[in-house]
Design a binder for this molecule. Structure first.
Ligand SMILES: Nc1ncnc2c1ncn2[C@@H]1O[C@H](COP(=O)(O)OP(=O)(O)O)[C@@H](O)[C@H]1O
Ligand SMILES: [Mg+2]
Length: 352
């Protein structure tokens, strides 16, 4: 969805990446067309193994696509990544900090490394809500705080686009909440945040728009409201005495409503609770329970991706996969070698 002036933060066309494996070629991403509008939070959703990390690595020049094109703010990547990398902050896998240093000391080192002004350090610590703990050693931090510090590091050069690959992995509910709030806050400040996840519920509440991928292909995209709307809107669940179920069904269907049976209750599609209640009451049928049930993205997501076996392909050949991964990373076009890429490389973790 382009903005008014048509600018997209990220666009890919026909992006494809296969990996060589002992069993032949394995598809990482298969002809992916992705459009991420400027501003706000964009959820990049798909089951494990659906190609999210591969896509992000291609955008950052860490993996070379076999085919297709990708651009960030209109600059072709990886070719023109150096022109735009200063506007991009990313966390791919877990970043590394010095355990015995405080948050502030860690960030000062990074800021010096990328030539960001030191005033930025306190600003970004504040932005992720770590001011109260800025002087404490990194190793005393909770996982959620560690991840927020990683986000702070990506903010040092005040990027316009933030790319977070499964930033809530391994966090407890409180940590997930912290990261969500931080990402939502960045979106509200006008940044573009691309956040990948295999758990829909983790991004559903904070995403303005989403792209859903399965087996390396885009299967749906749009605003959360549009995707849910495509599912037919809310339904009303009507709990009834067993004797009343048949009569209520014929009553409501005769008034043009679509009714489904669910246990001892009826699910009425696309009507509001008051209407249903009145229709039944007028005929002397009284509902014992009325609940509005919104269609949620979860059902859209499951419907689109249910043929996936989560992580299925990753269970075998773990050692071999790591080897292939190492080979691929070194052959990447190298976001880390472009000018201003220091934040990206320091926060991109072990194998960047
Ligand atoms: N370095 C690699 N070598 C071989 N296969 C890989 C490599 N990276 C990813 N894959 C495969 O590509 C597919 C997509 O993986 P990935 O991009 O990591 O998905 P996601 O991030 O959505 O879980 C999976 O089948 C995965 O096993
Ligand atoms: Mg991944």
């Amino acid at each position: 969805m382009p903005t008014a002036d048509g600018e997209l933060a990220i666009e890919t066309r026909g992006l494809r990446k296969t990996y060589r494996s002992v069993r032949g070629r394995r598809v990482g991403v298969e002809g992916l067309d992705l459009q991420v509008p400027v501003g706000g939070v964009h959820g990049f959703l798909g089951p494990n193994g659906s190609g999210k990390t591969t896509t992000i690595r291609m955008l950052l020049g860490l993996v070379r696509p076999d085919r297709g094109t990708a651009s960030i703010f209109g600059h072709d990547v990886p070719r023109h990544l150096p022109d735009v990398v200063g506007r991009v902050g990313a966390i791919v896998e877990s970043p590394k900090f010095f355990p015995a240093f405080s948050a502030r000391a860690n960030l000062r080192l990074l800021a010096d490394g990328i030539g960001a002004p030191r005033e930025r350090v306190d600003a970004v610590i504040d932005q992720v809500g770590l001011s109260g703990r800025a002087k404490d050693r990194y190793r005393t931090y909770s996982l959620g705080m560690k991840q927020r510090l990683a986000i702070a590091a990506t903010l040092l050069k005040d990027p316009d686009l933030l790319i977070f690959d499964e930033p809530t992995n391994g966090l407890d509910p409180a940590g997930i909440h912290e990261i969500r709030r931080t990402m939502r806050g960045l979106g509200d400040q006008g940044k573009t945040v691309l956040v990948s996840s295999h758990i829909l519920a983790e991004v559903e509440q904070i995403a303005d728009t989403v792209s859903i991928v399965a087996r390396g292909r885009l299967v749906a995209s749009g605003s959360v409201a549009e995707l849910i709307g495509g599912q037919g809107g809310p339904a009303v669940r009507v709990g009834l005495a067993a004797d009343d179920v048949a009569i209520a069904t014929s009553l409501l269907t005769s008034r043009g409503l679509v009714v489904r049976r669910e246990d001892d209750a009826l699910l009425v599609d696309g009507a509001d609770a008051a209407t249903v209640n009145r229709m039944l009451g007028e005929q002397g049928v009284w509902a014992g329970e009325l609940t509005v049930r919104r269609a949620d993205l979860e059902s859209v997501f499951l419907g689109l991706t249910q043929h996936e076996v989560p992580g299925g392909r990753d269970h075998r050949g773990g050692r071999r996969r790591r080897k292939e991964e190492a080979r691929d990373t070194t052959s990447g076009a190298g976001a880390a070698s472009g000018p201003g890429a220091a934040v990206a490389s320091t926060t991109m973790g072990e194998d960047a």
